[in-house]
Design a protein around this ligand. Structure first.
Ligand SMILES: Nc1nc2c(ncn2[C@@H]2O[C@H](COP(=O)(O)OP(=O)(O)O)[C@@H](O)[C@H]2O)c(=O)[nH]1
Ligand SMILES: [Mg+2]
Length: 309
């Protein structure tokens, strides 16, 4: 490994924020040496990753902000990775409270990084996995990943988070019905945010019923009401997250499953790394005009031309 990269790695280990930011940029943009950096990771750390997912506008960023406040009071070090492929992320604009935001941005215990989407197929999940692993190396007490989910632009965070909080809001009521199987699969905790609204109670009861039915003899997935803007219920959420993380640590089988899920994603991403969505679309638009177009034959041909291992 080149001396410069070694130095960068050691600085990341020491939780040097500038080095960490540089390491992330290296990985995010596939810059020279980034694979060496990943191969160098010791992955012996104990940092636990919490995912905050939910539809756009559910209050995920506001909730992250509130959790940061709670954990700061406990003197914890926290890294936030915010992923929003649908919009260029502007953390400042979402926090509302400029003074508090500035405090967090310059707080030596908090590292914040936002990621936009990449052009390559399957690229984003892989990048999030890789970047999270780089951040893990810096030994924060907590890593929070905010991802947009429970919609079309869902970023698959399976395999990434030790504890996943699914954030829902009253207007997501109908979605909950149609997506409940999927939601149940990924949620370790449900947060019914915007509980200051009258219609939140219905969603809350609905979810309580769902988790009760699902649980059988097992423990029910916690359903908590939060008002992220005022901090109501955030302490309870933080406590539930800690409990979820602790329980996870005592279940090695879950760890294996997470690693397997991660490996599957990396294999997929690797197989797809030379494929571009634009190219696929371009070739499809031409091929579909042919008289005997067959989508299976088209895909086979496309793969033969483009997959390299
Ligand atoms: N009434 C109310 N509004 C909230 C609450 N939490 C967030 N919001 C507002 O909902 C909007 C979207 O919040 P944001 O955190 O950006 O959502 P995200 O897209 O999920 O990250 C913002 O205007 C927030 O101020 C809440 O608990 N109650
Ligand atoms: Mg957000």
């Amino acid at each position: 490994m080149p001396e410069k990269l070694r130095e960068l790695y050691l600085q990341i280990k020491e939780r040097n924020f500038r080095a960490l930011a540089r390491g992330i940029t290296l990985v995010e943009n596939n810059l020279a040496g980034y694979e060496d950096l990943l191969l160098r990771l010791t992955q012996t750390g104990t940092t636990r990753v919490t995912g905050i997912t939910g539809p756009p506008g559910a209050g995920k960023s506001t909730l992250v902000n509130a959790l940061l406040g709670y954990w700061l009071r406990q003197n914890l070090t926290i890294a936030v990775i915010a992923v929003d492929p649908s919009s260029p992320f502007n953390y400042g604009a979402l926090l509302g409270d400029r003074i508090r935001m500035n405090e967090y941005y310059t707080n030596p215990n908090i590292f914040i990084r936002s990621l936009a989407s990449r052009g390559a197929l399957g690229g984003l999940s892989r990048k999030i996995i890789e970047i999270t692993d780089v951040v893990k190396e810096a030994g924060f007490d907590r890593i929070l990943i905010e991802t947009v989910g429970v919609g079309q632009s869902e970023v698959d965070i399976a395999g990434l988070a030790d504890c996943t909080v699914v954030t829902l809001v009253p207007e997501a009521g109908d979605e909950v019905q149609t997506l409940k199987a999927g939601l149940m699969e990924i949620a370790d905790i449900f947060a019914v945010n915007k509980a200051d609204r009258a219609d939140a109670e219905g969603l809350y009861r609905n979810l309580r019923m769902m988790v009760h039915e699902k649980a059988g003899d097992n423990a029910e997935i916690p359903v908590l009401k939060t008002v992220a803007t005022t901090g109501t219920g955030v302490d309870e959420l933080a406590v539930a997250i800690s409990k979820c993380i602790d329980e996870q640590s005592s279940r090695p089988e879950k760890h294996t499953k997470l690693l397997l899920e991660k490996s599957i994603q990396l294999v997929q991403a690797n197989l797809m790394r030379n494929l571009s969505l634009q190219q696929l679309e371009g070739e499809l638009r031409t091929a579909m005009l042919q008289p005997h177009f067959n989508v299976y034959a088209f895909v086979n041909e496309f793969l033969e031309k483009n997959i390299r291992i």
